[in-house]
Design a protein around this ligand. Structure first.
Ligand SMILES: Nc1ncnc2c1ncn2[C@@H]1O[C@H](COP(=O)(O)OP(=O)(O)OP(=O)(O)O)[C@@H](O)[C@H]1O
Length: 252
């Protein structure tokens, strides 16, 4: 550095040297963390332990997948990590906050501000057209009027449905409804996106559009994406894959 100006901007981006001289890259914050997550379903007198102490971490701006055979507990785990289902044991931290300690209303408020869900079964309002379905989600998040309309139109274009904004759900195909639901989940730029088989009902080109959109949100905007999927095209863009087997993590 003697005789030359130190470039602080570059220095911040370069790897850091540890005391022993080794080099390590800066670590990204943990956005989603499960510690010893357990779930036991009760059915009459019988109980089924579906999750048997899951530890997992998802770093911010990563795309992480949950994979594994049918019945291994993927949807249950995703629902718990999304705060939709209360685990029978363990803790869940989202962006550093322990959601298992929150009251119902605190959790509802936290989910609204932080999580976009893309779950199967679209739950669109049948009497509202595609744009209005997204506008409603934006309104709930405090984005109103012309700003909400512009954002809704933009999101629909992003999922390749710019032409269908005025259509009611009954006039859309299953794949198109799924894309409206995806656009709605992404309304307001949630920092955490949780998705259960988001491309399962889509034809190949709209599936590709959704994958590119999720990748752009993660890598361009720093959103963290956790997904249950079997789609090999998503496997190609994933940073990490967790495999569940019989309620436990098989490998990382
Ligand atoms: N509400 C419930 N009550 C009782 N058992 C349940 C309930 N929900 C799920 N299960 C059981 O828990 C186990 C895990 O289900 P889960 O849906 O999480 O698995 P999955 O890996 O997502 O399966 P798939 O890939 O088939 O969707 C299954 O044996 C299922 O039958």
């Amino acid at each position: 550095m003697i005789g030359s100006k130190m470039n602080w901007a570059n220095l911040k981006k370069t790897p850091t040297h540890a005391v022993d001289g080794s080099v390590y890259a800066p670590v990204k914050p943990i956005a989603i963390e499960g510690l010893g997550v357990e779930m036991t379903y009760q059915s009459g007198r019988q109980s089924f332990k579906v999750l048997k102490g899951i530890d997992l971490q998802v770093q911010q701006s990563d795309i992480q997948l949950l994979m594994g055979p049918s019945g291994s507990g993927k949807t249950t785990l995703l629902s718990i990590l999304a705060g939709l289902l209360t685990p029978t044991g363990g803790q869940v931290f989202l962006r550093g906050e322990d959601i298992t300690k929150m009251s119902r209303s605190q959790l509802a408020n936290f989910r609204l501000r932080n999580i976009g869900f893309i779950f199967q079964g679209f739950n669109l309002f049948p009497a509202l057209n595609a744009i209005e379905n997204i506008e409603v989600a934006l309104n709930i998040k405090g984005i109103k009027g012309s700003k909400a309309k512009e954002e809704a139109v933009y999101l629909l274009e992003q999922v390749g449905l710019g032409e269908k904004g005025k259509h009611l759900p009954r006039d859309l195909s299953g794949g198109q409804k799924q894309r409206v639901a995806i656009a709605r989940a992404l309304a307001g730029h949630p920092p955490l996106i949780m998705a259960d088989e988001p491309t399962a009902a889509l034809d190949s080109s709209s599936g590709r559009a959704v994958i590119d959109l999720l990748k752009g949100l993660a890598k361009g905007e720093g959103a963290t994406v956790l997904m249950v999927t079997h789609d090999p095209r998503i496997v190609d863009v994933a940073d990490r894959i967790l495999e569940l087997e019989d309620g436990m993590i098989k490998s990382e």
